[in-house]
Design a protein. Sequence first.
Length: 589
Amino acid sequence: MALDQLELELQHLAEGRRARNADDVHDLLRRLGDLDETEVRARATADPSSWLAELEHEARVIRLRVAGVERFVAVEDAARYRDALGAALPLGVPAAFAESGPAPLEGLVARFARTHGPFHVRDVSERLGATRERVAGALAALEGKGRVVRGEFRPGGLEREWCDADVLRSLRRRSLAALRKEVEPVDAAALGRFLPEWHAITRPRSGPTALADAVEQLQGASIAASILESEVLPSRVRGYRPADLDALCASGDVVWMGAGGIGADDGRIAFGFRDHLRLVAPPRPEQPPEGALHDALRERLRTSGASFWPDLLAASGISDERVVLSALWDLVWAGELTNDTLAPLRAFLTRRPAKAAKAGAKPRPGALRRAGPPAAAGRWSLVETLLEPAPLPTEAAHARAMQLLQRHGVLTREAVLAEGAPGGYAGVYGVLRALEESGQLRRGYFVDGLGAAQFALPGAVDRLRDVRTPGAEPTVIALAAADTAQPYGAALPWPESPGHPSRSAGAYVVLSDGRAAAFLERGARALLTFVDEDRTAWIDGLASLVKDGRVRRMELSRIDGAPAAESPFAEALRAAGFVDGYRGLVLRG
């Protein structure tokens, strides 16, 4: 809705219904101030000449010259026009209406502001016939009382404007309502097309800042460590190299921290730029690791600062390196420790617990060497020093809301809950509403079926519109099930199936034009499908996991709970390169 149209509606609201008799004309003048006969006529249902004559005869309305034009004024405002503008009052004005009042010009300017949209000082000056200096002074006084505000309200404005505070709130509400109506909700599949594009997966980033840009978008998100460098970052950064991430961490620009263990051989980590980590760090566990060994490691790092493995081992007072290493990683997954590089994390993920299990020993994070285990390499330090000073609740909520918006583009309640954000959706809702009212983002019903309380960055809304309709040829993409760019099981519910798909590390989802078409369970032995038998475009995306080296070998023994060879998709899978094996359909790299 154009601002001019909004101002016209506002003026009509201020004026009330059109004048039908003399009393209505009197009320009109009291609300709007001075009007000439043409202006009164435009606001009346009939010729108001007789009504004006009646009002003058009853001394309820007087004629004054304002800005060189003869206008009608309600007699109650006689003294205000005389004192503010020097208007000469006619004979017969009752003494009660000729008494001076406080700040007469402020009153006239305030009434002008109440009945207009954003305006300039010259607009009031020309209407009232007062100098711009006097009008500017009256506006400054009203601003000090909180009754008017100044700013740049119109698109393309070249100078500061003024607006009544209540009028501005009304204009914003009406403008936001108009913007919400502009976007009709898209279907869920459109979100499935939008998110991979928003995360630059369809066209990976390149250049010297590509990795930093990807990390910035992922700040604060809990990511399974096992898919970080095999799926998440390579899908976003063309030619991704682990050494580049190590360089960012070693420089101190980027910090990583644990966000909870996943079984015995994996865990979640979160990234944050050093100056932003305290605002987006995931919450600590309610029950941190306890014990004398854990306390000894904490004390060493707290008193001596960043330390290497030999120093930590000596501080523990225990000769069994496996026990100390296990305690060290307890603290890592609890979000208490970080390292200058990700080398120890990689060593933790590539250990071979099977051999230890056969020997009856406790699985340990990394093989031991004379210089220490690889999973303890590098310099360790406490995260708590990077989280100070603790942010105020409002500051943290604002940063969290902005980070979620940057990551999702279109933010829904379901997406926030899936991320496990502190305080849930209620923890950021107030900030989102304030950002909407200030014009920094939009609220609307953007994606069908996900509730009305959806918020989006303005640019994201346009990009969501662009993918409303799929292309002529199906677009197939295979994503890690736990990737934040994969919406199913988070912002979107899983389609119905005979199995139980989940956002687990090591599992994959094949999207066909944004719709979940297939789910490959961890281990690549079982497959769930969500499409009809005649839709097989997704199979190329499934096969690409092996062809691209993301999955070493796929041996499907079960499809939709039945033997793979009996699946309606078996022939299409064979045509894509799968062969019959002892346990099912096999595809090798």
